[in-house]
Write a protein that binds this ligand. Sequence first.
Ligand SMILES: [Zn+2]
Length: 291
Amino acid sequence: MKTTLLTLLATALCWSVDARAADKRIVLVAGHPSHGPGEHEFNAGVQLLHQCLQNVPGITSRFYLNGWPKDPKAFDGADTILFFMDGGAGHPIIQDDHLKIIGDLMKKGAGLACAHYAVEVPKDKGGPEFLDWIGGYYETGFSTNPHWEADFKSLPNHPITRGVKPFRIRDEWYYNIRFRPELKGVTSILVGKPDDETRQGKSSSPRGPYPHVVAASGREEVLAWAVERPDGGRGFGFTGAHFHRNWGNENFRKIVLNALLWTAHAEVPRNGVECAVTDEDLKKNLDPKGK
Ligand SMILES: [Zn+2]
């Protein structure tokens, strides 16, 4: 009993040094380095997002680097969690008892946002949970991951798109995501139309073409989406952010920042989360070369 009380007190104190009681708490988790310079810069990415959240009223954020947090209290009090890391069979969220830890948080109504490779989990481990928690996931052999320039000509009316203007940007935009049947509860946030060359999947891994992807020529694809779960929790999936430089694009950045607020049940400002990011900011905290 004593231990439990002390633990609770310690957790409360930990947040109170940098948070007001009513603040929504955002936890950002970055994966290990896995690619060359400028790609999959998870550690630099979450620190940049953290920096952008510092001046947002009513928001407190903290971040963890290089994989699943070693601190067992990392997720205590979290209103939403971002995972920005490599996924697939090595996804930290499916190791050990992590699916249960996150599942328990989801049951309490916490939000979950996954960016880039973190949207990929095996269909038999993590897939069912992701359908529930964020509405969809990258399914190996079904989804695809070429590099291409997506042209976002219009944006839906949703808190996540507040202050976001149409934009176009090259990324490793995954598509043909495995969504809930009939996209139940899923709201498309970013929709792009890959051209037929992109559908050949020459830059996909494993390399295309995949017949079912080629056959869908001309179809628009959902590249970022939002979900409201029946229990009130919110989820967000975002397939871009292979290239660290893309965080320098105000619209790209704002969508993810707005989504962090929205999944935490915080009010998104009318013009979205404003944050100036300089070229110098984009050079900060990059992983050591050769990783
Ligand atoms: Zn990538």
